[in-house]
Design a protein around this ligand. Structure first.
Ligand code: GLP
Length: 264
């Protein structure tokens, strides 16, 4: 597990975009797992900037988003379909047929639909690089606390904490979705490389438990300790409860010296 400490959101976005861009340049057919949330906005902005500059071609990239709210259509302003279009897809050259996001409008046969999403990932050859944010309760995707470490794409009931965090994005009086379709932790752990970004003091406890705590279903992101190629990029505020910050800085220095390809 590589822990990269950065000062703020801007530095994180630049470092993450550089890493993603480098991976796309080395493998133009990259199967890229994407995430939503405020933390991702700067990363997408930077990727769009690199694309417009002419240095980044997404024409052969295939994408799979982590999750979508159940009950929201692709045009709903709070849907993850809408988020992805606004912040990324409308501004780069990813073929529409290469974009996969769970469909929040399905009303039946959930297990069959979710198995189909898993099958699509499998048929594409698996995810090469999965981008992740983290919830205050340690969730990744919408894998709420107590999600099984072996879980696959499925319907998931959202926790009280997540409902509270999300309610502010919905219009007053509008009911926010109670459920979502999300890739499972087992699905995420099969990605060849994982990149998790976190900013702000509200994420500090979840980040510390994920990196330095025991692997536990109570903190979904702690399951990433079982993966062989995970990079956390976190700002000072989100890193404030880590006890080994000096060590992570020394590892970073040596990584830059000995294996710089891990950073680009
Ligand atoms: C949602 C998404 C997660 C994301 C989280 C954090 O719950 N399902 O994938 O990590 O939001 O969002 P933010 O970056 O806005 O804190």
């Amino acid at each position: 597990m590589l822990v990269i400490l950065k000062r703020d959101d801007e530095e994180i976005s630049r470092q993450a975009a550089q890493l993603i861009a480098g991976t796309v340049q080395r493998n133009p057919d990259l199967r890229l797992g994407l995430a939503t949330g405020g933390t991702m906005i700067g990363v997408y902005k930077e990727l769009v900037r690199l694309h417009k500059q002419g240095t980044l071609d997404f024409s052969r990239v295939v994408t799979f988003n982590l999750d979508e709210y159940l009950g929201l259509s692709a045009t709903h302003p709070q849907s993850f379909h809408h988020f992805m279009r606004e912040h990324f897809f409308a501004h780069v050259n990813i073929a529409a047929s290469n974009i996969h996001i769970p469909d929040g409008t399905i009303r039946s046969n959930y297990d069959q639909y979710c198995a189909g999403y898993e099958e699509a990932i499998h048929k594409a050859g698996g995810i090469d690089l999965q981008l992740l944010g983290i919830g205050r309760n340690g969730h990744i995707g919408f894998n709420e606390p107590t999600s099984s470490i072996g879980s696959r794409t499925r319907l998931k009931v959202l926790s009280k904490e997540t409902l509270d965090d999300n309610s502010k994005f919905f219009a007053p009086g509008e009911e926010s979705p109670r459920c979502a379709i999300t890739m499972g932790i087992g699905t995420i752990l099969e990605a060849r490389k994982v990149l998790l970004l976190a900013t702000g003091a509200a994420k500090a406890a979840a980040v510390a438990k994920s990196i330095e705590g025991p692997v536990a279903s109570a903190v979904s992101a702690s399951s990433l300790q079982l993966h062989s190629d995970v990079t956390f990029i976190i700002d000072d505020a989100a890193a404030s409860q880590l006890t080994q910050r000096d060590y992570y800085r020394r590892v970073m220095e040596m990584t830059a010296l000995l294996t710089p390809e891990r950073l680009s």
